[in-house]
Design a protein around this ligand. Structure first.
Ligand code: NDP
Ligand code: OXD
Length: 304
């Protein structure tokens, strides 16, 4: 029985030390396993080529990130469980970024950065936080953490999810129309699935109040970039902050590099903390060895 780690050697060293401390009898290989048949667990961002053939005894593949859309889930053998990364550093960093981005949208930061570049001293009227309706798509681990981070600012908070949820201080909705109609700042924290791909499109933007703002934190392929540009041009969306795009990185000359209404960051809202990631994987393997389900086991049919 062995673990195969397929990420950077630096992260591998952190994992190796913690495995030696907490699971000393489990062989831990970085990059390559001398005996692939012994591999029961893989830690990776994407599935290695020939996974079904080369690792006949694989039980679990642990994603090094929170998302699992980078795996071709239907192509994995049914015996292999997929586990998303639930280390707490990801949620902490997402809370920081989402608070920063929501405040940037609330206080018109893109417009002020543009004024500064144009040497224009142009104050705008501030809107009280209580009059700003903030809506988070996705009420999972990250959506709920972000909402908790936003609560102290006094925004009028709502969240949208597939199944009914209850979050303190948040209007939780499953009706998308009702949710969008009351959203001035929209944050997307949905996983990328067949249902959410392309969901941030013209039809959805038209259901937002005029002058709404968008913070996109999920995956680039959820956003129709052309529809965003059109919505910015009509004023339906006033400003946006995107941490994820399609493609990543943006190609040279792409309009998003230069549009003053948009702030783009290079998919850095959260980065897995190696030490906490190793503890999450260790706990998952220990659970599996006991015959329990690891935390973060993905519903492969649902896609998240
Ligand atoms: P979770 O699985 O914990 O939560 C997902 C939420 O989305 C759930 O509330 C779920 O609803 C909801 N949802 C999924 N599909 C639909 C749908 N079709 N309609 C309505 N609601 C839906 O995920 P996390 O919070 O851990 O992560 C969310 C995503 O954030 C990741 O998949 C990843 O893509 C992205 N991410 C981005 C990062 C970045 O740096 N930019 C870093 C980390 C993650 P329900 O509650 O009903 O199941
Ligand atoms: C993740 C990400 O999924 O960084 O962890 O996007």
């Amino acid at each position: 029985m062995a673990v195969l780690f397929l990420s950077t050697p630096e992260r591998g060293a952190v994992f190796r030390d913690l495995f030696a401390r907490d699971l000393p009898d489990m062989p831990f290989h970085v990059g390559q396993a001398p005996d692939p048949e012994a591999v029961r667990y893989i830690v990776a961002w994407t599935a290695p080529e020939g996974l079904a053939r080369d690792y006949p005894n694989l039980r679990l593949i642990f994603s090094t990130g929170a998302g699992v859309d980078q795996f071709d889930l239907p192509a994995l053998p049914p015996r292999v469980g997929v586990v998303r990364m639930l280390e707490p550093g990801i949620a902490r960093q997402m809370r920081e970024y989402a608070v920063m981005a929501t405040l940037a949208m609330h206080r018109d930061l893109p417009a002020y950065l543009d004024s500064q570049r144009r040497e224009a001293w142009t104050p705008r009227a501030n809107t009280p936080a209580a009059e700003r309706r903030v809506g988070v798509m996705g009420l999972g681990n990250l959506g709920q953490t972000v909402l908790a981070g936003l609560r102290p600012f006094g925004f009028d908070l709502a969240g949208w999810s597939r199944s009914p949820r209850g979050v303190e201080g948040v209007t939780c909705l499953t009706d998308l129309d009702a949710f969008l109609a009351r959203t001035d700042i929209l944050l997307c924290l949905l996983p990328l699935t067949a249902e959410t791909e392309g969901m941030l499109n013209a039809d959805l933007f038209d259901r937002l109040p005029m002058g709404a703002r968008l913070v996109h934190l999920g995956r680039g392929r959820q956003l129709d970039h052309g529809a965003l540009r059109a919505a910015l041009d009509t004023g339906r969306i006033a400003q946006a902050m995107l941490d994820v795009t399609d493609p990543e990185p943006l190609p040279p000359g792409h309009w998003l590099w230069r549009d003053p209404r948009v702030i783009v960051t290079p998919h850095i809202a959260s980065q897995t903390v190696a030490r906490e990631g190793a503890l999450h994987v260790l706990a998952g393997i220990q659970a599996d060895l006991r015959g329990d389900s690891p935390a973060g086991l993905v519903d492969r049919a649902r896609g998240y």
